[in-house]
Design a protein around this ligand. Structure first.
Ligand SMILES: *[C@@H]1O[C@H](CO)[C@@H](O)[C@H](O)[C@H]1NC(C)=O
Length: 588
């Protein structure tokens, strides 16, 4: 009776949930339709015009005007240092063209066309950027149209000076002030921010590498979509790195770079050497200890068991193997060529019923007298002086630069790259000292581009997800509607009392015998429930087995690998669950 009530209850809940679901879905649809209409209007309105930046701009390039591009940009005619002659030239191909997919009408970009070649191109800023009281803002777009196997898509802000007087000489050693942008090889995904710092004592420059962003950066390397990279560096030495407008790294030039801008004030004295008599041994063998007279270092570890006796029926005279009496010499056996024929050996049948044949040996046991090599016990070393450390001295190279923001003036922007994947599209470079300028520039370029792509690519489902993300309370509705019935079914089926179990046993019994029992009619609902539960279990077990088989089939190690990948994925995106099976295969 109790059970029937419960099942009614569950059916009620399910019905209720379905009603809620359909209602909420129709709500969603209504709203989605409204959104679609709004967006459609916007889509019709996505009209791209090559932007003209306003405000304080040092460099802006949208690549839509080929004549302008040809005037502004210089191909490198240099040779790369320290490379074999055949690949030493910067002979990679660049082309100004439209994106392969879903571009905005009239929008062109600079595309690196060749793979596995060195390619270098650069353009002078309208006027040099000087690091004074305004921030530096660098922003540009990269679309890895063919994904990326191994290669960079970073830019270099070239240092003003004699090395950048002629940009046809731009090569890998041309001094830069900042290097910024994505770079990947294998599983190493990077977003570089490197600046070159001038040592105020002797004027030499050294590279300072920014700490890694907190998040993993895999998506931009594989989704083949346009991505916007933004770097802000401010006069107070703070910096911010953004990907698609989202802050992914921030910090301070003084604290977050390696090696640090400022060397340590004290260092170990390089001339201080450990004295020869410095005793660093904390414990020593006791010099007073003597080996006891009865200590036999030669006593073997194992000895024959003295209590073992030969079993009476042991056949000492029977060999364990005998020549096969049934074997016959082959007709074509040539004694001259093959030697004397001998029958192959077989186990001696006489030994089968005996405990053993052949010479009997007692089994070996651990030798109670075995002591091994004698060693003196350890005692505290009376001469122990502690671990030796060199003296600390003032660092002769010490300096303190409190304004690493004041970097060398920037004369030009350059791309000096090598890539295993071609068709890398660059677009919409801007260098300014005003965040509003770069934001507007992005709104007129990148943001339009992404909006169009989102429109083109969105399925109904992903629209629903997007919509739900905008209305997070809907997730709660989904959880209740889908989750509650499951929880109830589980509670109902698995948490059954002992009385239920007894009834289940009888039900199972009844199924086994196939005989009609009163239960068949009275307890229909519970039997059904039991059945559905066991089906569920069977299914689960089958799935587990499948996974195990797959793991075994691919050589055992996959187990942990799949796990690792699973972890990795849950790190990457918690809201995109994927089955470990699919992962294992996609990994291969
Ligand atoms: C300048 O100083 C740095 C740091 O002390 C040192 O590593 C470098 O070799 C020096 N360069 C010259 C040219 O003296």
């Amino acid at each position: 009776m109790k059970k029937r009530l419960l099942s009614f209850f569950i059916i009620g809940v399910v019905c209720l949930s379905l009603v809620t679901l359909s209602q909420s879905e129709s709500e969603d649809e209504d709203d989605a339709v409204v959104t679609t209409e709004e967006d459609d209007v916007v889509v019709d309105d996505i009209i791209y015009r090559s932007p003209t930046p306003s405000g304080n701009v040092y460099f802006a390039e949208h690549f839509d005007d080929i004549n302008q591009f040809n005037k502004k940009w210089t191909l490198s005619e240099a040779k790369k240092d320290d490379t074999d002659d055949d690949i030493a030239k910067y002979d990679g191909k660049w082309e100004v063209e439209a994106p392969q997919k879903n571009g905005l009408a009239g929008d062109l970009g600079l595309v690196l066309k060749s793979k596995a070649k060195h390619a270098a191109i650069s353009a002078r800023l309208d006027r040099p950027f000087k690091f004074t009281v305004k921030p530096l803002i660098v922003q540009y777009e990269v679309t890895l149209q063919e994904g990326q196997e191994c290669g960079g898509a970073y830019l270099k802000l070239l240092t003003h000076g004699k090395h950048t007087a002629d940009l046809r000489q731009f090569h890998d050693k041309t001094p830069y002030t900042i290097m910024f942008g994505p770079d990947k090889c294998g599983n190493d995904h990077k977003l570089h921010f490197i600046f070159r710092h001038k040592n105020p004592l002797n004027g030499t420059f050294s590279e300072k590498h920014c700490k890694k962003p907190k998040e993993r950066l895999e998506e931009p390397f594989k989704d083949k979509l346009p991505h916007l990279y933004t770097l802000h560096v401010r006069p107070d030495n703070t910096f911010t790195v953004k990907l698609d407008h989202k802050v992914i790294n921030e910090g301070n030039l003084l604290d977050d770079f390696t090696p640090p801008v400022n060397p340590p004030p004290e260092i170990d004295d390089p001339n201080d050497k450990k004295p020869a008599d410095w005793d660093e041994r904390e414990k020593i063998p006791d010099p007073e200890a003597r080996k006891p007279d009865n200590w036999d270092e030669d006593a073997p570890a194992m000895i024959p068991d003295p209590t073992a006796t030969k079993p009476e029926s042991w056949l000492e005279d029977e060999p364990e193997m005998i020549p096969d009496p049934n074997a016959e010499k082959p007709d074509d056996w040539d004694a001259d060529m093959d030697g004397d024929w001998e029958a192959p050996l077989i186990p001696n049948p006489a030994c089968e019923s005996a405990p053993g044949c052949g010479p009997w040996k007692p089994s070996l046991i651990n030798n109670p007298d075995h002591k091994g090599k004698w060693r003196a016990p350890l005692i505290d070393n009376p001469n122990y002086k502690g671990k030796w450390k060199p003296q600390r001295i003032a660092n002769p190279d010490f300096f303190e630069d409190k304004e690493p923001f004041r970097m060398a003036d920037i004369a030009a922007v350059g791309l000096e790259l090598w890539s295993m994947s071609n068709m890398i599209l660059f677009d919409n470079f801007i260098i300014t000292d005003d965040p509003a300028v770069s934001d507007t520039w992005a709104a007129e370029t990148f943001d339009l581009k992404r909006r169009k792509l989102d429109k083109d690519g969105e399925s109904l489902f992903s629209r629903l997800v997007t919509y739900t993300n905008e209305q997070p309370w809907l997730w709660a509705v989904y959880v209740i509607v889908i989750g509650l019935p499951i929880v109830l079914v589980l509670v109902f089926c698995c948490g059954s009392s002992s009385q239920d179990k007894e009834e289940q046993r009888r039900a199972a019994e009844a199924k086994k015998t196939d005989a009609v029992s009163p239960d068949d009619i009275v307890d229909q609902a519970p039997v059904k429930a039991t059945k559905s539960k066991s089906q569920l279990e069977v299914q689960e077990e089958e799935e587990e087995e499948e996974e195990e088989e797959e793991a075994e089939a691919s050589g055992g190690e996959v187990d942990t690998d799949a796990l690792k990948t699973e972890e990795a994925v849950s790190e990457i995106s918690e809201d995109a669950p994927r089955s470990p099976k699919k992962l294992a295969s996609s990994k291969e």
